[in-house]
Design a protein around this ligand. Structure first.
Ligand code: HZT
Ligand code: MN
Ligand code: MN
Length: 423
């Protein structure tokens, strides 16, 4: 069965699941309070419009998105994601009173991650609508980031961007975002992985889609969507990681693509994985394979938050680090390391203050006023205090695709928090 189970949640869904209507401009800011009957025909029209009684009703999102989701979901309860019952040996969980009680204790945490997910859905709906060949990657990244900051009401470490906006093109699969001065322009023949994150109180939603204009890439993108869905279907409490990899691989095996007269296998990228997520920790420990025969018999457990993501390629199906680095994050496991450079010390303090352990990129350092920080940043990565995450790319000339959702292995059901009507 699909859908949430408890009476409380059923009620919450009825209250909150109506899709907010997206309209142009806000209903309040368009009013011209000085227009009068003497203003002539054009003004009359305006007046007629403005004099129409403002419809009282649910507040709606603007284009570009500027309205905090808290102003749309005024009861502060956010939509529950798509829920799936567990299967086989875990069918009993659906109706277990004990498991329902465990969930009641987590409602506030669930609501935080659902608020982040609602921001993700609204921001991506807008970006999908406006993506056009000719846009720069910088424009795209800033549109997503401005939308995220506004809708989540960015506030110190309590709410904001979860990690840098990945905008990886073609043979690059992940972890590219423009650095300052990057002039890359999106073209009709690009395949772009759009991977962005939103957090509320450290509860991160990590979700990604692939955008293309040229229909010749349809099969590649469909393969990634369907393989990710297979991974989501396979995931569950007590499920072995290797069994998820096998389910994903099987879907990729059923796809091929013809590009400019040549047929390519669509391969999973064997050294990319999904991952568990913990508060303020984008990769918490478990890696979720996307190929068979990894031999990883580790099992998923109750309460885990997962990013299920799969990648495919027309190339070798293996990525290497390639190109200028943009993504960084404080290491979780670095003990005390003495720093000799005062500039490295103060940069570390700035990173701690603004990002904590959340990933950041060079543009985020620029916007908070840091300058000439590359030496200091290099010092921090060399000391193991900060980890660099360079772009991950397959062979030149190949094409890669990705889809990703954040899911919760709740005690009574699997919730696909970031599910939308788009993917
Ligand atoms: C690292 C740095 C970031 C986590 C996956 C990912 C984007 O490849 C274990 C499995 C943001 C995320 C991450 F800035 N990575 N999801 N979305 N990237 S990962 C990883 O490093 S570690 C996968
Ligand atoms: Mn991601
Ligand atoms: Mn991820």
């Amino acid at each position: 069965m699909v859908g949430s189970e408890t009476a409380v949640e059923d009620k919450l869904e009825k209250v909150t699941l109506e899709d907010p209507v997206i309209e142009e401009g806000s209903d309040e800011e368009d009013v011209n309070p000085t227009a009068t009957a003497a203003d002539g025909e054009g003004a009359k029209k305006k007046k007629k419009k403005k004099n129409k009684k403002k419809k009282k009703g649910p507040k709606t999102q603007t284009e570009p998105p500027t309205v905090p989701v808290s102003k749309i979901f005024t009861n502060a309860i956010y939509p529950v994601g798509e829920c799936h019952d567990y299967r086989d040996d875990n069918l009993w969980r659906t109706t277990s009173e004990e498991k329902r009680a465990l969930e009641r204790d987590q409602e506030s945490n669930y609501n935080d991650v659902r608020r982040a997910a609602e921001v993700h859905r609204q921001v991506r709906q807008y970006i999908q609508k406006i993506l056009k060949p000719g846009m720069t990657l910088t424009e795209i990244a800033e549109t997503i980031e401005n939308g995220t900051r506004a809708l989540v009401e960015e506030n110190g470490m309590e709410a904001g961007i979860g990690f840098p906006t990945g905008l990886s093109l073609n043979h690059c699969a992940a972890h590219f975002t423009p650095n300052a001065g990057d002039k890359t322009v999106l073209t009709y023949d690009d395949v772009m992985k759009v991977d962005f994150g939103v957090h509320v109180n450290g509860r991160i939603v990590d979700s990604a889609f692939t955008h293309h204009f040229n229909p010749k890439f349809d099969k590649l993108v469909e393969a990634a969507r369907e393989a990710t869905n297979a991974g989501i279907q396979a995931a569950g409490i007590d499920v072995r990681l290797c069994d998820i990899g096998a389910a994903v691989n099987e879907v990729y095996d059923s796809y091929e693509i013809e590009l400019d007269g040549k047929t390519y296998d669509i391969k999973p990228i064997r050294n990319l994985n999904g991952h568990t997520i913990e508060p303020y920790k984008i990769h918490a420990g478990k890696s979720i394979p996307i190929v068979r025969d990894t031999g990883d018999e580790t099992k998923l457990e109750e309460g885990e938050q997962l990013a299920i993501e799969t990648f495919c390629s027309t190339g070798r199906g293996y990525v290497i680090e390639d190109g200028e680095c943009s993504h960084y994050a404080r290491s979780h496991d670095s003990g005390f390391v003495p720093l000799r450079l005062p500039k490295a010390k103060s940069l570390l303090a700035t990173i701690n203050q603004h990002f904590g352990t959340l990933p950041f990129c060079r543009r985020y350092l620029d916007r908070i006023g840091e300058t000439k920080y590359l030496m200091a940043l290099r010092n921090l990565t060399d000391a193991g205090l900060v980890t660099a995450y360079p772009p991950l790319c397959d062979t030149k000339g190949s094409y890669t695709a990705q889809f990703e959702h954040t899911i919760l292995l709740r005690p009574t059901c699997k919730e696909i928090v970031s599910k939308g009507d788009d993917y």
